[in-house]
Each structure stands twice: as C-alpha cells, then as structure tokens.
Design a protein around this ligand. Structure first.
Ligand code: SF4
Ligand code: SF4
Length: 185
C-alpha cells in the first residue's frame, strides 16, 4: 500500500477521450486565456543588450588595474593579491621603473606582466581587499562571453583602466561610475 506524504498528488485520468475532448478546443481556449492573462502583466524580461538591469551597489564584476589621477599605474607587483586569491587565478611579473618612466608608474616597481584567469576567478573580491595600493578593483561591468578558453586569460592590457587624463569617459565607463551616476548612487 502506498503512503501519501502530501495531498498534492493527482490521480491520472485514464478513461478514453470523448469527441469534444478530442477536438482540444476547450484546452486551447484555456491555454489562450492563460496567455492573455500574462499578456497584460508587467514584463519580467528586458531587451538585452539594448537594455541592461542596474547592478547592485555591491556587485563585483570585471577586474580593472587602476591608475592614479595623473594616469600612472598604481600596481607595484607586490603579489599580495595573488597570495590572497583562493582560486590561484592571478600571476604577475615585476620590473624596476627606469629613469624617465615616472609618468608611467607611480612606484619604483611595477607589474611588467599581470594576468587573471577568469575561468578560475570566483569574484570573491579578496584581491581588491588585499591590495595596499588601491590598484586592483572589481568594477560594475562583467566579463564578456568568449568562444575560446584563452580568451578568458586577461592580460595586463585587458585589465588596465583607460588613462583618466587622456580618456576620462573611458575611465569612468571602466570604473562603472557612469551607470552608478545614472542611478544617482
Ligand atoms: S576576485 Fe577572488 S578569485 Fe577572483 S582574482 Fe580576485 S581573489 Fe582571485
Ligand atoms: S594589484 Fe595590488 S596587491 Fe596586487 S600586485 Fe598590484 S599592488 Fe600588489
């Protein structure tokens, strides 16, 4: 004997259909009534990518390597972000700043190579928290889709934010501040 756990089970009606049921008209009209009911309801979908939803204030998106207000790279290749990363997604190579490069790098050491494997990243934000130089930042944009695995290995050029001096709009867009300004955050 089967034991009924809830009262939601429905016995299956196995009797043969009569000619009215075989026309399916009643069921078609029932279905159309449900469609019509939803037709006038507020849409839950949006026309992406023309429309986008506002992100939460705490959204952690694509990483950027930050620059200071003079456009100099802030990262000193100290490696703290890589150590803090639980997914071991960050690798880098340090280099010494040469004379005449003061306008490019803020500190005496900089990251000659910097890579993040986005397939490993879990967007926890630990790298941002670990950075003593405010050099890495999880922006309000997200990682675009790609057909190739290697397309998800973001190199320094992919991560480095546009120069705020020469490209202020691009800088704001990468930071995500344009969308936040629209929301009045
Ligand atoms: S967000 Fe987390 S997982 Fe991704 S690179 Fe930073 S520390 Fe690693
Ligand atoms: S991003 Fe920050 S923590 Fe990571 S190497 Fe550069 S300065 Fe150090």
């Amino acid at each position: 004997m089967s034991v009924q756990i809830t009262n939601r089970s429905k016995p299956v009606d196995r009797r043969p259909m009569n000619w009215v049921e075989r026309l399916y008209l009643v069921n078609i009209f029932k279905g159309m009534a449900i469609t019509l009911k939803h037709f006038f309801k507020k849409k839950v979908t949006i026309k992406y990518p023309e429309e986008t939803r506002p992100f939460s204030k705490v959204f952690r998106g694509l990483h950027i390597l930050n620059r200071d207000e003079e456009g100099r790279e802030k990262c000193t290749a100290c490696g703290l972000c890589a150590v803090a990363c639980p997914a071991e997604a960050i690798t880098m190579e340090a280099a010494e700043r040469q004379e005449g490069e003061e306008h490019l790098y803020r500190e005496e050491k900089y990251a000659a190579k910097y890579e993040i494997n986005m397939l490993r990243c879990i967007f926890c934000g630990y790298c941002e928290e670990a950075c003593p130089k405010d050099a890495i930042y999880l922006s309000q944009t997200f990682t675009p889709a790609n057909y190739q695995r290697k397309g998800f290995i973001y190199k320094k050029d992919d991560l480095l934010i546009p120069n705020p001096v020469t490209d202020p709009e691009g800088y704001k867009k990468a930071l995500g501040t344009i969308s936040r300004e629209k929301e009045g955050v």
